[in-house]
Design a protein around this ligand. Structure first.
Ligand SMILES: Cc1cc2nc3c(=O)[nH]c(=O)nc-3n(C[C@H](O)[C@H](O)[C@H](O)COP(=O)(O)OP(=O)(O)OC[C@H]3O[C@@H](n4cnc5c(N)ncnc54)[C@H](O)[C@@H]3O)c2cc1C
Length: 384
């Protein structure tokens, strides 16, 4: 089989488009395949240092009109438990940075990446992939619109239910949480002062991440029935409930745009590369929206992919390249997944020793400067 391209990226979400631009920047012949874009994704993503570096490198950063800096992160224990942790605020300036990162609307991010893909002249096929044949020296993708495309390497960026991952024979480990996230953007009367605030409650975190002006994006994790109830509430009742739960931190609140609900689940692929295929973004890993990790991890996949590619003209799907990608992603993905899962479960537990340990951990982070700095560097620097 002959390859039409060195590399074909399947999926045109924030991970896939960035992967296509990164591969192109490294001198490879690249195309993108994805169905027509769905409704605008009103979520935002808090992107940390390394993600910003990647977006700058591939040329998308300057096309983003709205990017709200996060100069501090505040954690408030809003549980009614015996062992309550102190309020802790981490300032980026403590580790010599002007900000930890920026909050960006997913829809704006995809617009900016699409514009870069068009500007570089990368072929963009509007179709779903519904089959894949793997041969020793190339992969053939079958398009739902008819026809085939061949590549030496396929980048699966087709999201959590990745058809490419399945066709490559890569299994997954999946789990569910008895929680959902209510997502909405808010306007408020009090300033957020570029501080992202996380209220920890017994049913999950309630997070406010700054947008530009007196606006924030909210992710409220709770039991599915409570989330379903809030989704149906009239605006005044929901705004009042948010204000009460957040102790009026942001003043009077109004809901800015639609509400979205996401059931919480997790998934890790059993391998991140096999059969001339590498997985990036949610095709490789999914976890709850806690601690702004998902797309940041996806952008570390993209950076790692760029780093393992051979020089143009050499085979990007060769076994030694796939093995290098697998080695470079395994520890990072597994450790982040375990950390987010553990943080979520310590919030939910009614087990007193765990509550006490969590309270003590936050107490130490509040008081012990070297520990605070190490934790902040780990959070930001690990994304470089
Ligand atoms: C409530 C919430 C808040 C979040 N907040 C943050 C945050 O603050 N920070 C952060 O880092 N992360 C955050 N995340 C995670 C982040 O949103 C995801 O990691 C990210 O959107 C995944 O992007 P992706 O490109 O991997 O997948 P997707 O956006 O799902 O894109 C998949 C693409 O593949 C295409 N596709 C699907 N099937 C096929 C097929 N068969 N053939 C061809 N194409 C196909 C789709 O059309 C789409 O273009 C959050 C997640 C949630 C749920």
């Amino acid at each position: 089989m002959s390859a039409d391209k060195d590399i074909i990226v399947v999926g045109a979400g924030p991970a896939g488009l960035a992967a296509a631009l990164e591969c192109h920047l490294r001198g490879h012949d690249v195309a993108v395949v994805a169905p027509p874009r769905g409704p605008r994704d009103e979520r935002t993503a808090a992107l940390l240092g390394g993600s910003v570096t990647l977006l700058r490198r591939i040329g998308a950063w300057d096309l983003l009109a709205e990017k709200a800096p996060m100069r501090a992160l505040r954690i408030v224990d809003a549980t009614r438990r015996l062992f309550r942790a102190p309020e802790v605020t981490f300032h980026a300036s403590e580790i010599g940075l002007p900000e930890f990162g920026y909050n960006i609307r997913n829809a704006d991010l995809v617009d900016a990446l699409e514009a870069c893909v068009a500007e570089r002249g990368l072929p963009r096929h509007t179709a779903s992939v519904d089959g894949m044949t793997i041969e020793p020296d190339a992969v053939s993708l079958r398009l739902a619109t008819g026809g085939r495309l061949g590549a030496r390497l396929v980048v699966a960026a087709d999201g959590r239910r990745s058809a490419v991952r399945q066709a490559a024979g890569i299994g997954v480990r999946e789990w569910r949480y008895d929680q959902s996230a209510l997502v909405a953007n808010l306007s408020h009367t009090a300033a957020h002062n570029d501080i992202s605030t996380e209220f920890h409650t017994e049913a999950g975190p309630l997070t406010f991440v700054p947008l530009t002006g007196s606006r924030s994006s909210m992710v409220w994790v709770d039991r599915p029935d409570a989330v379903a109830r809030r989704r149906e509430m009239d605006e005044a009742a929901l705004a009042g409930g948010i204000e009460e739960r957040s102790s009026s931190l942001l003043g009077a609140i109004s809901i800015d745009g639609p509400r979205q609900v996401f059931p919480l689940s997790g998934m890790t692929a059993e391998r991140f590369a096999a059969a001339r295929t590498v997985l990036v973004g949610e095709a490789a890993h999914v976890f709850p929206p806690i601690g702004a990790q998902g797309l940041n991890l996806g952008y570390r996949d993209v950076a790692a992919l760029g780093a393992i590619l051979p020089r143009p003209g050499q085979d990007p799907g060769a076994t030694d390249r796939l093995d290098a990608y697998e080695r470079s992603r395994r520890a990072d993905v597994l450790s982040r997944t375990a950390a987010v899962d553990a943080l979520n479960r310590t919030l939910l537990t009614g087990f007193l020793p765990v509550q006490a340990a969590r309270g003590l951990g936050l107490f130490l982070l509040d008081r012990v400067q070297p520990l605070r700095q190490a934790m902040m560097r780990q959070g930001v620097v690990a994304t470089r």
